[in-house]
Ligand binder design. Sequence first.
Ligand code: ZN
Length: 274
Amino acid sequence: MEKVIITAAVTGSRNMRDIVPNIPYTPEEITQACLESYEAGAAIVHIHVRDPETGKGIQDLELYRQVVEPLREKTDLVLCLTTSGIAGRNLPYEHRLVPLELKPELASFDAGSINLGGGVFSNPPDFLDVAAEKMIEAGVKPEIEVFDTGMIVTALRMRDQGKLLDPLHFQFVLGTPWGAPATPQTLLHMLEFLPSDATWSVIGIGKGHLPMSMMGMIMGGHIRVGLEDNIYYSRGVLADNNAQFVERIVSLAREYGREVATPEDARELLRLGN
Ligand code: ZN
């Protein structure tokens, strides 16, 4: 089986310190969380930045730069920057896409709209067209985030239209309160739609975290973990940090007999830079 790529999603924009005291807010804290995840075995980090004072998610180029530059200096991590903006708040498209200026190797591409976090996570067709075009221009590979099956259909249609380029890379986001549930059946059903040269990774939100990680492991997929997606290490026990989640996947991989991908391996597996 292929090596397993572990992505750490260290902060996101929704989980706040009143519930998760150790969630990173400032660029320094976010950078540190990425470094710890890297040392634990993550090949990719998925990055959002936050207003350092309030902790609220913000699409600010300078704050992104303060995370991206030290990570590029100190590591060979594959960087995946978010273009999701903030659910429930409709940011202008150019704000959402501002991280592309830093030319990360990957950026999230949310292939449709859905209710999320008490609002609407709005990704209308014209935004998807603009985002896809800008990613091609910037040489950034879209990580196609799928919250429901129709989003796969959307991505495949855009690929047929030449707006998304092969080989596609999917990130299944399963177990949000409004989207597809984190069950083995959902994942198996979704995988049926993927082109044979596509790659995929899975996120289990909240209590779906460990079951979906195990599914990713045994099905030959890749796995995303971190405080953006899940704040509990085990039932009722808050995680101390992001690296803990990465370490657990590394130890599962060892037990199962799958090697953990380095960032260089991840570049090869996802055919980045092709
Ligand atoms: Zn994210």
